[in-house]
Design a protein around this ligand. Sequence first.
Ligand code: NAD
Length: 508
Amino acid sequence: MQQILKSLGLSHLNEGISTGAASWQGQGEEISSFSPVDGHLIGKVNAASREDYETVIGQAQEAFKTWRLVPAPKRGEIVRQMGEQFRQYKTELGTLVSYEMGKSLQEGLGEVQEIIDICDFAVGLSRQLYGLSMHSERPSHRMYEQWHPLGIVGIISAFNFPVAVWSWNSMLAWVCGDVCVWKPSEKTPLTAIACQHIIKEVLKTNNVPEGVSGLVVGGREVGEWLSHDVRIPLVSATGSTRMGKAVGQAVGGRLGRSLLELGGNNAIIVSSQADLPLAIPAIVFGAVGTAGQRCTSTRRLIVHETIYDEVKTRLAKAYVQLRIGNPLDAHYHVGPLIDTDAVENYQSAIRAIEAQGGTFVVAPAVLSGEAFASGCYVAPCIAEVENDWDIVQHETFAPILYLIKYSTIEEAIAFQNGVPQGLSSAIFTLNLREAEAFLSQAGSDCGIANVNIGTSGAEIGGAFGGEKETGGGRESGSDAWKAYMRRQTNTINYGTTLPLAQGIKFEI
Ligand code: NAD
């Protein structure tokens, strides 16, 4: 790990590390980053003080003045070079993601691959920031719309995707001509600093001011500075619904824009006509992958009554085979939770399930012993519950899977929609009518609805996000770029008279 930290420019272990690509040193409180894998201290960083924050915002404002004038395809070329850098550092950064956050090495590497993919996407996008043209109702007039950059995009990210979410936002924002100020999760500051180091050389080689990519490490307070700051036209925030409500109110209160990517409570419907050999691995990966700490993790399984017992038995058999341990070792399927607070949340959810009368098909446990010395390892579990129980209505960020029985497809869809969140959903069925009912306007109310694949593991090409308490934001692919720009409608009169719209006459 020492070697990896060194290659990512993070070798000043325990000495405090500069919190940004900028040349200043953070002056705020000290944050220690412990690995949930083994409980070891990886490094310490000084968070941004208010003064540091002002410096970064000032640099961003200055940088915007020149960056917005760089032709979009040239900005794309710079993003392409960043993608090359991430290709070069994929193993090192993926390993650090895995060690600092606790997800499996495969998933850590997958996260860096997402950065590479969104860079490629953004390069193409840099030549496709299309506006429409319209026919004017007035003679000798031309109407069209164009898209301009907004300015500073504030990015607040969560611990569970410590680098990918930043890249979904920043790579698009950069080709759109915006500059970015990133506040990563205080639980994963080192991966964020590593990303800044990885792109720093590209900025330098291309004479791009460092203010294009600002970093402010810190906790909630720093996020609040961003949300209340009128100099930041767009705040893109990923995290819990509680956080999103606070950010949404603060940004809305100053009539800024927010792009909110919040909690999910994702369900898979397993129909009586499901292909079970396909469904079972998808369910298990969705429920236990990243130790249940994906926004798209499968939390509820809504199973048809005729196959309920069979699904239960198959899942119990699959769960017995799960190996829990060091996520850097490919032998293990399930790694740790992020910290001991998360373990407490898991335990409190277990108590709530028991208090409401739930029974466990696969029992919960907090694991102890030398291999689990960080105190962050728990056993994935499965509980039989009712959909409307209070605990089932909440997102518990841990590998707890709820089993719910249904008898008609209408009832299954009502259960699926019967929670406050609306991120990801799926149905396993080989019945065309059921699949189409699930996808119809009366079907799933989520931002993501899949057929015969699970709820997690989205590709960057689609717009990513969800409805209701998930916040309504869309990031990544499709036309999500429009959130990072302002639309301007232009009407040009190339005639010799001044006709007014709607035939209004005004003569002087
Ligand atoms: P969190 O809400 O605790 O923190 C997320 C970020 O918000 C952190 O950087 C934190 O410092 C900051 N923050 C917290 N309170 C704030 C406030 N009042 N104002 C401004 N910033 C504030 O979330 P977490 O525990 O890091 O991440 C897990 C959550 O994120 C889960 O709910 C998960 O579903 C969600 N998530 C959603 C998506 C999505 O795309 N929908 C993706 C990843 C994670």
